[in-house]
Design a protein. Structure first.
Length: 333
């Protein structure tokens, strides 16, 4: 089985060819960081235009590199949401046109399902059910993954997503865009104990996440500093990362108790590429006698291999879509 995957829901334009045996035949990921950097965040209109310019040539490049014709693929999988709607429409309509032209089935993929199943692309041994911590720019959720298309939401954020909190912290501290990796870098040389920062909902009986109060505390503490030296910046970045990690660990430990059938604790999404967070989650899994699975770093941030793989999992179950599949800005799993 050979699946062509397309991803365009945020600021990465990505195309991949993935086989049912998990081999990635070819892939391209074009980042739009340079286009959005002057604005300090992703500008939806610029993102959609860049996807429209890059996507079709990238499909041709990936097919060329693999030495594969469109007629050789078994299905076309494209992200159909959730995400920035202009970009989603570009990717989905491109996928529909390719599927229609080649007479192949279309798989309209939920981007979150792409993240949720991505650990199974990296680790053939990972079996359902597993407990998934999905941490990205738009989402922070704990999901009981019972099978393909069978997701039980155990917790979500009541305000900001964790990636958003990393990005806003980076902006406050003048660390630039994209924010998550910049905060992680700064935190490496910082003293996490210097600033007292809140840990919203820590120990709470309710299952959810909250990061707005932590972000506001970073803003207040930063504003109160007279000199704002590089050391101040690194210490506050480290304090923020430590507080956010404590929240993730606490909420995850709670969910482990609420989903005892899990065979493993799995983390996915852009924030899962953070080494400090990965280490803390590995420790909480070990403390509960659970295996821990974290995909390779490139598979955590947005890519098309995970979309193609979700397509492969769905095609194997006969879950194909029709050409009228809608593009959805919001689409909970
Ligand atoms: O999954 P993703 O690539 O796109 C979405 O679907 O949102 O996640 C992007 C998010 C951004 O908020 C980015 O700042 C964050 O993941 N991120 C990180 C790191 N790398 C990316 N956050 C913390 N540490 C990192 N190393
Ligand atoms: Zn994503």
């Amino acid at each position: 089985m050979l699946i062509l995957g397309i991803e365009s829901s945020c600021d990465e334009t990505a195309v991949a060819l993935v086989r049912g045996d998990r081999s990635i035949v070819a892939q391209r990921i074009a980042s739009q960081d340079e286009a959005h950097r002057p604005f300090g965040g992703v500008v939806p209109e610029l993102a959609a235009r860049a996807h429209a310019e890059r996507l079709t040539p990238m499909v041709a490049e990936v097919l060329d590199e693999a030495g594969v014709a469109l007629a050789d693929v078994d299905a076309v999988a494209a992200t159909a949401g959730p995400g920035l709607i202009g970009g989603v429409m570009v990717g989905l309509v491109t996928g529909k046109a390719l599927a229609w032209g080649a007479g192949k089935p279309l798989l309209a993929i939920n981007h979150l399902e792409g993240h949720a199943l991505s650990p199974r692309l990296a680790d053939p041994a990972l079996q359902f059910p597993y407990l998934l911590l999905l941490v990205s720019g738009g989402h922070c959720q704990l999901l009981g993954v019972e099978g393909v298309g069978r997701y039980r939401r155990l917790a979500t954020t009541i305000d900001d997503a964790i990636g958003e909190a990393f990005d806003k912290t980076a902006k406050i501290l003048g660390l630039g865009f994209p924010g998550g990796p910049a905060v992680e870098r700064a935190a490496r040389s910082g003293d996490a104990r210097r600033f007292a920062l809140p840990r919203p909902l820590l120990g709470s009986a309710e299952p959810h996440f909250s990061f707005a109060g932590l972000k506001s505390a970073v803003l207040r503490q930063w504003a109160a500093l007279p000199d704002k030296t590089p050391t101040d910046r690194d210490d506050l970045a480290a304090g923020f990362q430590a507080a956010a990690t404590d929240c993730l660990v606490d909420r995850t430990a709670r969910a482990i108790a609420a989903f005892p059938q899990a065979t493993a604790l799995v983390v996915a999404g852009g924030v899962a590429s953070n080494q400090h967070i990965r280490a803390a989650l590995a420790a909480v899994a070990a403390a509960h006698g659970l295996g821990f699975v974290a995909p390779p770093l490139w598979l955590c941030t947005d890519n098309a291999a995970m979309i193609a793989w979700a397509g492969a999992e769905r095609l194997a179950l006969g879950l194909v879509d029709t050409l009228d599949a809608p593009a959805r800005p919001r689409w909970p799993l």
